[in-house]
Design a protein around this ligand. Structure first.
Ligand code: SF4
Length: 96
């Protein structure tokens, strides 16, 4: 699923080119596949392991906002699943 427009005016965060936060990502030394489980269930062991890494990450909020803002619809970003981010996006769009 893709989104027809970014939430750039509804979600705070850096503009598209500002991705410096990625350099401080706690997942930099992790296997990227950990963050892209085949099934994103709340209690899935892989999802829980990925979230455990995110919860220790110094840029969790920037990552989460980025994913919401730009419609990342696959994987664990900022300790959120794609379904959670879709719900947040829907709520933000409903407030407009
Ligand atoms: S919040 Fe999670 S996915 Fe985002 S940069 Fe940090 S460890 Fe990686």
């Amino acid at each position: 699923m893709t989104y027809d427009r970014p939430l750039s005016d509804a979600v705070p965060g850096p503009p598209g080119a500002a991705r410096e936060w990625r350099h401080r990502a706690a997942c930099a030394d992790e296997d990227p596949e950990l963050f892209f489980p085949l099934v994103e269930r709340e209690r899935d062991p892989q999802v829980m392991r990925a979230r455990a890494v995110c919860r220790c990450c110094p840029v969790l909020l920037a990552c989460r906002l980025w994913a919401i803002r730009y419609g990342e619809d696959v994987g664990i970003w900022g300790a959120t699943t794609a379904a959670q981010r879709r719900a947040i996006r829907r709520a933000l769009l409903a407030e407009r």
